[in-house]
Design a binder for this molecule. Structure first.
Ligand code: IPM
Ligand code: MN
Length: 356
């Protein structure tokens, strides 16, 4: 089959990890006779440098015309360290999420048995950990009105949610809970925030349509603690934008490294696939970045394109890379492999696997 993929390498380590994702797709093409046509476009600091705009219109157009979007990472310390900057790389990503209607960001937290030793948690606490977070992605504090008073010494960010916004992402979370362990946890701050009370009310109402799903409600501060003390209790988590951003970085290290977690952003148009880590500028160009989160995001993309065997091949190849101790320096200090070598290994592994 033929697929059109828009590729947004972005900033920092983005281009390097994306290159490994594309390399791995090359093996899938050879093995299954598919063809992926890539359209490389600008977003983030690279787009600001060359066009003044973090998200040029032609990037949006390409994404909307594609079957799926692959994103590396965006962000540059030049802007992080300048709070007065008017144009920022992150504006590109937020506008893209909005333009593509990507209201749900799906972040699976899976542990690899081969990497158990690397987790900051004790072995006993890791047993049975396997959950997925549905993070609302186009609302809340990220998109509310923001500004300053005239003197500039008071700032505000408005947090707003509509019932409709809550329902559409929660529905996806319920549907996933139905095919998993039938447990859904809404993470909110309903003891303080009005938006959280609307989330709770809406999810309670919606839960009537899913009588088989056991729904729990958890305040975000408690959830942050529970992810450390008893992460195995979670199956599907649904939460608003900022809480989801924070708890998924936290959850990612259960597996041993932030460099392992993939994500899929979906809505009613095209879907986008990206690692949850950022642009890690200190590592850019050094061939030390971990490409696994990107490669696993490619696997999520193949599942989305209904190429299930192909996605499984990638996951098996990644496990094989851990078995063979082909790991980047965030995972091992003992003779770590470079970004390119890891991509080469995973790609070769797919080619060598016998077609199932
Ligand atoms: C993420 C990132 C982004 C976010 C940044 C880069 C705007 O941290 O995808 O989790 O906060 O959503
Ligand atoms: Mn984040």
């Amino acid at each position: 089959m033929n697929f059109n993929i828009t590729v947004l390498p972005g900033d920092g380590i983005g281009p390097e990890v994306i290159e490994q994702g594309v390399k791995v797709l090359g093996s899938i093409e050879n093995k299954y006779g598919h063809k992926f046509n890539y359209d490389y476009k600008l977003m983030g600091a690279v787009a600001i440098e060359s066009t003044g705009n973090p998200l040029p219109d032609e990037t949006i157009e390409s994404c909307l015309a594609s079957d799926a979007v692959m994103l590396g990472a965006i962000g540059d310390p030049k802007y992080d360290n300048d709070p007065t900057a008017k144009v920022r790389p992150e504006q590109g990503l937020l506008k893209l999420r909005k333009s593509l209607g990507l209201f749900a960001n799906i972040r699976p937290v899976t542990l690899y048995p081969e990497l158990e030793e690397l987790s900051p948690l004790k072995k006993e606490r890791l047993e049975g950990v396997d959950f997925v977070v549905y993070r609302e992605l186009t609302g809340g504090l990220y998109f509310g009105d923001k500004g300053r008073n005239e003197a500039g010494d008071v700032a505000f960010d408005n947090c707003e949610y509509s019932v409709e916004e809550i329902i559409r992402v929660s529905k996806l979370a319920f549907e996933t809970a139905m095919v998993r362990e039938k447990k859904l946890t809404l993470v909110d701050k309903a003891n303080v925030l009005e938006t959280s009370r609307l989330w709770r009310e809406t999810v309670q109402e919606l839960s009537k349509n899913y009588p088989k799903v056991n729904v729990e409600y958890m305040f975000v501060d408690n959830a942050a603690m529970q992810i450390i003390v008893n992460p195995a209790q979670f199956d599907v988590v649904v939460t608003e934008n900022l809480f989801g951003d924070i708890i998924t970085d936290e959850a990612s290290v259960l597996s041993g490294s932030l460099g392992l977690l993939p994500s899929a952003s979906v809505g009613n148009k095209v879907a986008m696939f990206e690692p949850i880590h950022g642009s890690y500028p200190q590592a850019a160009g050094k061939d030390i970045a971990n490409p696994i989160a990107t490669i696993m995001s490619v696997a999520m993309m193949l599942d989305h394109l209904k190429l299930y065997d192909e996605a499984k091949d990638i996951r098996d190849a990644v496990s094989a890379s851990f078995d063979a101790k082909i790991m980047s320096s965030d995972l091992t200090k003992d003779n770590p492999s470079g970004t390119i070598a890891i991509g080469d290994f995973v790609a070769a592994q797919i080619t060598e696997q016998v077609v199932a």
